[in-house]
Design a protein around this ligand. Structure first.
Ligand code: SF4
Ligand code: SF4
Ligand code: FES
Length: 255
């Protein structure tokens, strides 16, 4: 027998980046299914985009790809908390049938409805050179061996999916600041650890030493609490902060 249970979603919508006059909450009632998550609930709305009072509306726009908390693209505010919508189970976020609120992240430019533009995070990865340089496309032979200890420190840092949760939660990331945020700082730690990557450690540290760099972290530690990949962001900030101090004091000796 088909379930008669329904769930209510309250979605904060806006038709486009410059259409602030279209910003509004819309409510939707949809049929509940076992093991539903927020993305499958949004898919139900798309089948019949009509608000709870029966008014026809445009389908809600959101972004998703992997559906297994790996790509980071579905990050949004679910009941006010930043997280991935694909791993937000309806029964967990609304245990007693409470309405579920969905809103876009606030620290990134809005594209439409629940979609934001996270380009700044990818630009920041370029700024800190979050890669291992290659000297050419010819065969270079085996690189230096990475010790077990080094691998164990690097692996948790490598799980970042550039989702934006840490920037959303960070009080230092706001309209008045150019703070790069914890995700890129963590990537500096990761690539400075790598046996080949560390050849460009100085350039990475220098990219964090100016305005908007690591000195702007207020150490509020909100970032580590919200990171879905449990990346030790506060440790990474402390490690990279020590590296930048050392580079500032003694870097000239090594040049
Ligand atoms: S420790 Fe606080 S201020 Fe620093 S990056 Fe994390 S949330 Fe932002
Ligand atoms: S550090 Fe964590 S919260 Fe920040 S972007 Fe990476 S995975 Fe997301
Ligand atoms: S769809 Fe990839 S993390 Fe949710």
């Amino acid at each position: 027998m088909a379930s008669t249970k329904t769930i209510r979603l309250k979605v904060l919508r806006q038709d486009g980046p410059s259409s602030r006059d279209t910003k509004r909450w819309e409510e939707f009632d949809i049929a509940w299914h076992p093991r539903m998550n927020v993305i499958s609930a949004l898919m139900e709305i798309r089948k019949n985009p009509q608000t709870a009072d029966g008014t026809k509306t445009a389908p809600v726009v959101w972004e998703s790809s992997c559906l297994e908390e790996v790509c980071g693209s579905c990050t949004m505010l679910v009941n006010g908390k930043v997280r991935q919508a694909c791993s937000a189970l309806v029964d967990q976020v609304s245990p007693n049938g409470e309405p579920i609120t969905l809103a876009p992240m606030t620290k990134f430019p809005l594209v439409r409805d629940l979609v934001v533009d996270r380009s700044r995070m990818f630009e920041d990865l370029k700024k800190v050179k979050a890669w291992v340089h290659l000297d050419g496309s010819h065969e270079l032979g085996p690189g230096p061996r990475q010790s077990q200890e080094n691998q164990e420190e690097a692996y948790p840092l490598s799980r970042c999916m550039t989702c934006g949760c840490c920037l959303e939660a960070c009080p230092q990331v706001n309209g008045q600041s150019s703070f790069i945020g914890p995700a890129a700082i963590n990537q500096v730690r990761l690539f400075n650890l790598h046996p080949s990557g560390k050849m460009h450690a100085a350039a990475r540290l220098e990219s964090l030493m100016g305005e908007g760099g690591i000195g702007d972290c207020g150490k509020a530690q909100n970032c580590v609490v919200v990171c879905p990949k449990e990346i030790p962001l506060v440790d990474s900030i402390a490690v990279v902060s020590r590296q930048t101090t050392k580079h500032m004091l003694f870097g000239w000796l090594l040049d």
